[in-house]
Design a binder for this molecule. Structure first.
Ligand SMILES: C[S@@+](CC[C@H](N)C(=O)[O-])C[C@H]1O[C@@H](n2cnc3c(N)ncnc32)[C@H](O)[C@@H]1O
Length: 236
């Protein structure tokens, strides 16, 4: 198992309403990670035409915003922080997205995304988001950063042809390190690099309170890579 990339998994005790939401909805929304074979996304999201994954969704503001903006997309979200999951459920509930939890367009993996990735099928996700991952700025902690070469290869594997990996960080050295790793993954092609502007958020971005705090040492850097279509049509 890789080094732990997240901080605490429990904060203050949940308010009664949040605890009720967790008890009522989390079991139904939890991704079944223990079954045999890969996850059947079409069966999990029968009404959806494509799928996305958010890694480390925090309080779920971006996840909820994207679900509302993309009515035909099924979303997987991975987050080990219990209070974040509770906030996300409150957001989903407030947006009316839990009315029929069995048919919901969201499933949650309440744990390390690196345990979910191996059971995802090859080449099916339209987007994978990794927004403001824990920065681990101290030199001795950097190996805890989630964006490592193996992780980047796994992201490429799960992306659909033309699917996008979208990362943002406001720590310059993490952006530099991530860019160097991503550029070395065969089959991933930089989008932001081509436009030359890595400081502008994508037009459909949904900002979060965490992001607004600006805790890093630079303004947000956006790293956007797509899985090359040529990989799927090697003869062309
Ligand atoms: C700094 S917060 C940012 C939250 C959110 N993406 C945002 O922009 O508001 C990073 C989040 O990533 C989560 N995280 C860290 N390592 C993770 C992992 N291996 N799998 C899933 N989530 C992870 C943390 O628990 C934390 O909530």
């Amino acid at each position: 198992m890789p080094l732990r990339s997240f901080g605490r998994i429990k904060g203050r005790p949940l308010r009664a309403g949040q605890a009720d939401l967790v008890a009522q909805f989390l079991p139904q929304l939890t991704v079944p990670v223990s079954g045999p074979g890969k996850l059947d996304l079409a069966a999990l999201f029968p009404s959806c035409v494509d799928f996305a994954l958010e890694i480390g969704f925090g309080g779920g503001e971006h996840l909820v915003g994207q679900i509302l903006a993309k009515p035909e997309r099924g979303f997987l979200g991975a987050e080990p922080f219990h209070n974040g999951i509770a906030k996300c459920l409150a957001g989903l509930n407030g947006a009316g997205l839990l009315a029929e939890p069995g048919r919901s367009r969201v499933r949650i993996h309440p744990g390390d995304a690196r345990l979910l990735l191996p059971i995802l099928p090859d080449g099916l996700l339209s987007v994978v988001y990794l927004l403001f991952p824990d920065p681990w700025p101290k030199a001795r902690h950097r190996k805890r950063r989630i964006l490592q070469p193996d992780f980047a290869h796994e992201i490429r594997r799960v992306l659909a042809p033309g699917g996008e990996f979208r990362m943002a960080t406001d720590w310059q050295d993490y952006a530099d390190e991530a860019l160097a790793i991503l550029q070395r993954v065969p089959g991933l092609v930089g989008l932001a690099g081509a436009s030359g502007d890595k400081r502008e958020p994508p037009a459909d971005h949904v900002a979060t309170r965490y992001e607004a705090k600006g805790l890093g040492d630079t303004s947000p850097v956006w790293l956007r890579f797509v899985r090359n279509l040529d990989e799927f049509h090697p003869g062309l």
